[in-house]
Ligand binder design. Structure first.
Ligand SMILES: NC(=O)c1ccc[n+]([C@@H]2O[C@H](COP(=O)([O-])OP(=O)(O)OC[C@H]3O[C@@H](n4cnc5c(N)ncnc54)[C@H](O)[C@@H]3O)[C@@H](O)[C@H]2O)c1
Length: 440
């Protein structure tokens, strides 16, 4: 099938490359010159394991091509998949302008009937607004072409997105037109059995995505709150996690306490769900509490540093991990921002390292004189009084704890990701403040 994917970002490029891999003719279109330049040079413009090889194979086969012009790209196919950004507006609701701009281009450029597939995360009602825009533009041209819309939310996770796309837990396809639903469902049959492709109405399909992210956010906030309580009570959150995770009604994933959720999805999707709920007259008390707990969690790292070191003015703090989690270079809404802002505000200097996000972080903190982005774990520790860990990269465990201890002036590690055992850290001479366990 001929597919146009609008937005060659973390979601769109993965989808485009995976559909090309199974034989479809895919044109991925983006407006970012930087991303297009990188793709033209054969480089994936962000870090995503396995994606380089997949994109290279797609391009070599001729089944994956790129364009910088949405309107002319719209002539390419029947399936028009929207994977553009849906950021938060200032009031927390979803800014749908990128969706509408892409819909406009489809309506102006399509050369036949179209099925518009909403893969971007967008609230209930956005699909109708998108297809109205497409139909309006088609009618202005007196084209006579038919346009249908299907909501097909994406559940992939940054860092494992290729695997998640090729082996999805489930695929959700929502719509009103059964033939359009069947066509979109058929795209996924190489990846998953038919019974894992859930067909539903438009509103339910849109709400599934928000419900999934709100549930994950709530679990994270719940565990963070319990971890904070465990610190007060002298309990070990790792044991609590083990104890409840074995219950099949609860399950063990997303029970890891830390610095709070971040990234390009959970914060904005939670805010959007709250805004949608409020507009519909719903209280949204549970998810609102989860968001509030999350907004406090990353500040706790600086509070712990202050508890051990006193006034942080003039101190040097090493920070390991800047991306919102290990395995990605995505800095969007990363808890490390809160940590670094707190540290700078307290008057300390920051030496930060991230295995993948260093370059992007250098640009982000270019005007921040007290923040130096360094190229290695050890370089971050040079001249530092203490270490704060803000993302969970496996590489962080590669340095012996005794080396960390020797390098730090105050031999203090505040670990926002619980990477080490408190006993090992203490044996290496470190004061080790983790989340919900050990000393604090
Ligand atoms: N990143 C994730 O892990 C993830 C997971 C599930 C769902 N989502 C959702 O998928 C959507 C995309 O997320 P992302 O992380 O890939 O975003 P992204 O910012 O990485 O990519 C979006 C791309 O769309 C391009 N774009 C904007 N307007 C365009 C237009 N009119 N035509 C063509 N391209 C255009 C931008 O230049 C950008 O490169 C969002 O709605 C997001 O909530 C993201």
């Amino acid at each position: 099938m001929s597919i146009v994917v609008y937005g060659a970002g973390y979601v769109g490029l993965v989808a485009a490359a995976c559909f090309a891999e199974v034989g479809h003719d895919v044109l991925a279109v983006d407006l970012s010159e930087e991303r297009l330049k990188s793709l033209a040079a054969g480089r994936v413009p962000f870090v995503e394991p396995g994606l380089d090889a997949l994109v290279a194979r797609g391009v070599a086969s001729g089944r994956l091509r790129f364009s910088g012009n949405p309107e002319s790209a719209a002539a390419h196919g029947t399936i028009h998949m929207l994977a553009v950004g849906t950021p938060s507006a200032t009031d927390g609701s979803t800014d749908e302008s990128q969706l509408i701009a892409a819909a406009h281009a489809i309506g102006r450029g399509a050369q036949g009937d179209v099925i518009v597939v909403l893969k971007s995360t967008a609230p209930v009602g956005a699909a109708e607004r998108v297809i109205d825009e497409v139909r309006h533009e088609l009618s202005l041209r007196n084209s006579g072409f038919q346009a249908e819309v299907v909501v097909n939310p994406e559940f992939l996770r940054a860092g494992t997105s290729v695997k998640d796309f090729l082996e999805p837990d489930r695929v959700v396809v929502g719509g009103e037109n059964q033939s359009a639903i069947a066509t979109v469902a058929s795209l996924y049959t190489p990846f998953t059995p038919a019974e894992r492709i859930f067909r539903m109405d438009l509103a339910s399909a849109a709400l599934v995505k928000y419900a999934a992210n709100a549930m994950l956010a709530t679990r994270i906030s719940f565990m963070n709150e319990l971890a904070n309580l465990a610190e007060q009570l002298g309990a070990d959150i790792a044991e609590v996690q083990r104890g409840i995770g074995a219950d099949p009604r609860i399950g063990s994933s997303y029970l890891q306490p830390g610095m709070g959720y971040g990234g390009s999805c959970l914060p904005k999707d939670v805010a959007s769900l709250i805004a949608v709920g409020e507009a519909a007259g719903a209280t949204m008390g549970v998810i609102r509490a989860a968001a509030e707990a999350n907004s406090l969690q990353a500040h706790r790292i600086t509070e712990k540093l202050e508890r051990h070191l006193g006034d942080l003015a003039g101190r040097t703090i090493a920070v390991w991990g800047l991306a919102f989690k290990g395995g990605t270079d995505d800095l969007r809404d990363a808890p490390s921002h809160t940590l670094i802002s707190d540290l700078v505000e307290s008057g300390s200097s920051v030496r930060a390292y991230d295995p993948a996000a260093g370059e992007a972080a250098r640009r982000l903190y270019a005007d921040e004189g007290d923040v130096t982005i360094v190229p290695s774990l050890l370089a971050a520790l040079e001249g530092a009084d203490a270490l704060a860990i803000a993302a969970d990269w496996p590489e962080f465990r590669s340095l012996p704890l005794s080396d960390i201890s020797r390098a730090l002036g105050e031999r203090l590690v505040v670990d926002g990701r619980n990477l080490f055992s408190p006993e090992d850290a203490s044996a290496a001479g470190l004061t080790y403040a983790a989340v919900g366990r050990g000393e604090n």
